[in-house]
Design a protein around this ligand. Structure first.
Ligand code: AMP
Length: 219
């Protein structure tokens, strides 16, 4: 069982790569962003508060996201977890370490996907996804073959995220540099950090990640 974290700013391609790993290796994708987007549609007071915070581009409290991950880890018996968008703070990183240890698991690799800010603005501002199967598209670099129809599942439920706009992206990037990027040093010193070039083609990034997984497995 291999457990990995995909670490990188919004738009680095974490979700895209996680989807491939699920398909190719049967791993389980745990995205706190996806869980929170689900929570916000629940119509509860918590959901309403979460929606406000997310739309601004700020981080939701550690307590909420750690609780979500704890619930998922307890309920899944997986061939390996991909943590996407979690941890985002040092407190979350400590909590994840403790949760994995408690269940007799360990972290095998933290994969930093490095991308420069300019590319992120470009990627985020053209991004849309299929609301049914989660396939990710881009206006310029990966449009759907037929306009308004998902290539993968044929759904017409194509969505843009409320926080994929220039204003929220600025806040999300600041949050990343202030609160999440210190995790790079944290995991480097733990001996778990691997870095891949997130600007490369999707297939190339997937190959680089596969190499890391093979390396991590044999170590
Ligand atoms: P993502 O889909 O990972 O880009 O996350 C979208 C938004 O959900 C973020 O901008 C935060 O508001 C919130 N969020 C997701 N994961 C976390 C986390 N681990 N800690 C705090 N907030 C989070």
């Amino acid at each position: 069982m291999t457990n990995i974290i995909l670490l990188g700013p919004p738009g680095a391609g974490k979700g895209t790569q996680a989807r491939r790993l699920v398909e190719e290796r049967g791993m389980v994708h745990l995205s706190t962003g996806d869980m929170l987007r689900e929570a916000r549609t629940s119509g509860t007071e918590m959901g309403r508060k979460v929606a406000e915070v997310m739309d601004r581009g700020d981080l939701v409290t550690d307590e909420i996201v750690i609780g979500l991950i704890e619930e998922k880890l307890a309920g899944e018996n997986a061939r390996g977890f991909i943590f996407d968008g979690f941890p985002r703070t040092l407190a979350q990183a400590d909590a994840l370490g403790a949760l994995l240890k408690r269940s007799g698991n360990r972290l095998d690799a933290v994969i930093e996907m490095r991308v420069d800010d300019e590319a992120l603005v470009e990627r985020i501002s053209g991004r849309f996804t299929c609301g049914q199967c989660g396939e990710v598209y881009h206006d310029k670099t990966r449009p759907t073959k037929a306009e308004g129809v998902c290539d993968e599942c044929g759904s017409t439920d194509l969505r843009r995220r409320a926080d994929d706009n220039a204003e929220s992206l600025k806040t999300r990037l600041m949050e990343y540099y202030k609160k999440t990027s210190p995790l790079i040093g944290y995991y480097y010193h733990a001996g778990d950090l691997f870095t891949v070039d997130g600007l490369a083609e999707i297939d190339q990034v997937a190959k680089a990640i596969a190499n890391v997984l093979d390396q991590a497995k044999s170590s």
